[in-house]
Design a protein around this ligand. Sequence first.
Ligand SMILES: Nc1ncnc2c1ncn2[C@@H]1O[C@H](COP(=O)(O)OP(=O)(O)OP(=O)(O)O)[C@@H](O)[C@H]1O
Length: 333
Amino acid sequence: MTITMNGIEKRFGDKPVLEGIDLVLAPGRVTALIGASGSGKTTLLNIIAGLLEPSAGRILFDGRDVTPLDAAERNIGYVFQSFALFPHLNVRDNVAFGPRMRGMKRAERHERAMTALARVRMDSFADRGVDALSGGQRQRVALARALATEPDILLLDEPLSALDPVLRDDIRSELRALLEPLDITTLIVTHDKADAFVLADRIVMLSGGRILQEGTPRDLYDRPTHIEVAAFFGAVNTLFDAASEGGTGPILRPEDLRLAENAARADLTITVGRQLYLGDRLRVMGLTADGTSVTVDLPKATGLRDGDVLHLNLPPGHRDRAAAPLLSLPGRS
Ligand SMILES: Nc1ncnc2c1ncn2[C@@H]1O[C@H](COP(=O)(O)OP(=O)(O)OP(=O)(O)O)[C@@H](O)[C@H]1O
């Protein structure tokens, strides 16, 4: 199902919380809605779900205007942040809850529940109590519960935030593997860039109630159209970034710079100021001769000391693109 948002606005009293939201969620795709706290993510999710009414604009499901319909009339599967499972019900009855609310007979709703549980590989847990499950298993049951009504669209609100951080990476990739074959239009609200990168085909970044950028994970990381997007997804060198001037184009991330094999052919020379040990690599902050700060990621066994001089090369794409401004950079020989 294609979900179309046309000119969505939301105000709480005088306060605008969403402005001019035009967005299409393609059928079967997973989209992440990302942004800082207060950017309007939950408000937009709730408007799509029919839990909140927009102040202006329309929501279309496959071209049909659902704006006046309430949540129960929209055939949506919703996975809550806390999973919201019923502790007194076993796994099967938790999942059969939606079909029961829709008046399905016992045999039919059990069949629905077992089908949904099989899709998340939890059918062998059907008779267990939910209290005995791990965080990842609860999440799968919550997903099965959302799937049991055969929804047209799946909405997930911060699906990993209730989980133990140690397990989050594994559960994130598990969730990706579960969502991929479902072929249901899915929207995930998150403030975590790792969730957006791993789970989503498309990312929509909100800031102050507006869409800053929409695209693939690669688009937002490699070709951000705003410095705010660039900085949200990782460290960025702004020495000659088109993005820093509000334009588009590839940006220079710390991992894009390389130690120059030949100092005479370096694009950039810096004096090492600070080093951050990141486990898998070393992040080095330094200054060029004219005081411009540069951040570079290096393999950790480089034995650098503060005050050392580093000669760096840019990736070829940048050298070509940024040839003119680079010529004026000190340190280029
Ligand atoms: N019912 C409400 N009444 C008044 N203001 C509200 C209401 N709900 C949300 N807001 C305001 O709208 C703005 C956007 O809130 P929203 O919860 O959509 O943001 P969010 O991006 O989901 O944030 P978070 O990541 O913290 O959940 C915030 O400034 C919030 O205070």
